[in-house]
Design a protein around this ligand. Structure first.
Ligand code: MG
Length: 158
């Protein structure tokens, strides 16, 4: 039995904050604003996995009002989501994701993101798609005021 899930996330950019995407710290003079490390790519993946299992979204599991999750590494959250699915008898078939960011250049970091996400999910890098595109200067993402991510995940009965 297979189930598919979809996730979406968006965070505002913020000067002086570390930029973490797909579990990788990317050299940049701005990062993303948020309660956790604000890794929107990993958050979208968490929501795709939770959605596939019919579970509530990431905000339900890790509320941004809980000081426990202040500046937390989102790979910790992803690992918890994977463990939760595993306990419920699900294994992940594959994940695909798209990051939308005007800058910095993401391509040099894609392989490292896939490795980090593979380590957190127990998948091989070949089971994880990470793609990046700009928003062609259109709207607030295109002006560099925010970054967004979409993800889908397929899970199957273990
Ligand atoms: Mg988020």
């Amino acid at each position: 039995m297979f189930r598919i899930g979809h996730g979406y996330d968006i965070h505002r950019t913020l000067a002086g904050r570390p930029l973490v995407l797909g579990g990788v710290r990317i050299p940049c003079d701005f990062g993303l604003d948020g309660h956790s490390d604000a890794d929107c790519l990993t958050h979208a993946i968490c929501d795709a996995l939770l959605g596939a299992a019919g579970l509530p979204d990431i905000g339900h599991h890790f509320p941004n009002t809980d000081p426990t999750f202040k500046n937390i590494d989102s790979q910790v959250l992803l690992r918890r989501v994977v463990a939760d699915l595993s306990q419920r008898g699900w294994k992940i078939s594959n994940i695909d994701s798209s990051l939308i960011a005007e800058k910095p250049k993401i391509a040099p970091h894609l392989a490292a993101m896939k490795s980090a996400l593979a380590a957190s999910t127990g998948l091989t890098p070949e089971q994880i798609g990470v793609k990046a595109t700009t928003n062609e200067t259109i709207d607030d993402i295109g002006r560099g005021l925010a970054m967004a991510a979409h993800a889908v995940a397929l899970i199957e009965r273990a």
